[in-house]
Design a protein around this ligand. Structure first.
Ligand SMILES: [Fe+2]
Length: 340
């Protein structure tokens, strides 16, 4: 698929011992990758979201590419360049600790009659996602980001296509986001039923059996694996429950881009199988799974957001391949060292 080929290198290929190190593609492309990463990708994207005074930044700390001084665009945030004291979205009082804050019903424009139900689910999900058998790749902060992604999709779609959003129930979207990992088969214990866990939790918070079933159906069908096994069935469910499109896109957005890359490594390190494998396993996931995400997005806004995040992942992969290529110092199979 052409759109998935790196716009910089157009390839991902490990160096071979027959090519001198100085002529290997990754070595030759390194300056361009760095320059693009700093100027053409990071700057405009970040700049459009912040409003601060112009700053002059010394880029020499990044090595010899580049060595000149760069004047930031007017809206460029200093925080991108400065050491990060507080990670936006995390616990602002203690970034290294778990978030203690809850998602806000007011911020999400939850209908007054749904606030009590939303808040009850919100509190239960936070407690659920911070159980010991979960890890930082799937926790309440993941839920927060998924809800945030959903709210971006909802708000932007409302401006561009209000008729479409009028057919969505915001409470179902946001509670669906809250619930989507509660019954996740990767984390439930042996013998537990994910569907029952979800429905019980929702009914304990005041949902009728019918309403609980509706949200549970959405939450259960967020799964990428489920869709890849039966895409036709997934389409039918989205026709019946259109909110699923938003919840699914919102969750998949958190699996790609910078945060998705971080989560992929985290999940691998926490899992009993992958932690016995090479660290490269996380990067292989790009080709085995994440490259499908842009095309599989169900909303226009989600697709646009996914495209930007996927481009970042391709840049990351190019850099990763360059940094991890140890072929120049690895003995060949028939090397004298092997024989001795
Ligand atoms: Fe998730």
């Amino acid at each position: 698929m052409p759109s998935f080929i790196s716009p910089i290198s157009g390839f991902v290929q490990h160096s071979t011992s027959s090519i001198p190190p100085s002529l290997r593609p990754h070595t030759m492309m390194a300056p361009l990758l760095r320059a693009r990463s700093m100027y053409k990708v990071a700057l405009p994207r970040a700049a459009c979201r912040f409003h601060t005074k112009p700053q002059s930044v010394n880029l020499s700390k990044f090595g010899k590419y580049p060595t000149k001084m760069l004047t930031q665009p007017e809206e460029f945030p200093l925080s991108v360049w400065a050491p990060v004291a507080t990670v936006p979205g995390c616990n602002p009082d203690s970034p290294e600790k778990r978030s203690v804050r809850l998602l806000g019903a007011k911020q999400l424009k939850i209908r007054p009659q749904d606030v009590q139900f939303f808040t009850a689910v919100n509190k239960k999900v936070r407690a659920w996602m911070y159980q010991d058998h979960f890890d930082p790749s799937h926790d309440y902060e993941h839920i927060m980001r998924v809800v945030k992604n959903a709210s971006v999709i909802v708000e932007r779609t409302e401006r561009e296509n209000p008729a479409l959003v009028s057919s969505w129930d915001r409470t179902i979207i946001y509670v669906g986001c809250l619930m989507h990992d509660v019954g996740d088969g990767k984390y439930i214990k042996k013998g537990e039923d994910g569907v029952k866990i979800q429905e019980d939790l929702l009914m304990e918070c005041g949902a009728s059996p019918e309403y609980a079933r509706r949200i549970q159906t959405i939450a259960t069908h967020v799964s990428f694996t489920g869709e890849s096994k039966n895409p036709k069935r997934l389409k039918e469910i989205i026709q019946q429950y259109p909110e699923l499109a938003v919840v699914q896109d919102a969750d998949r957005l958190d699996a790609i881009g910078a945060i998705g890359t971080g989560r992929c490594f985290t999940y691998g390190g926490a899992g009993t199988v992958r932690r016995q494998q090479t660290i490269n396993r996380a990067v292989q996931m790009l080709d085995q799974r994440f490259k499908y995400y842009v095309d599989w997005m169900k909303t226009d806004v989600g697709r646009e957001m996914a495209q930007r995040r996927w481009e970042f992942m391709l840049l990351f992969r190019d850099q990763y391949v360059e940094e991890t290529d140890a072929s120049a110092v690895v003995a060949q199979e028939d090397d004298e060292n092997e024989k001795s």
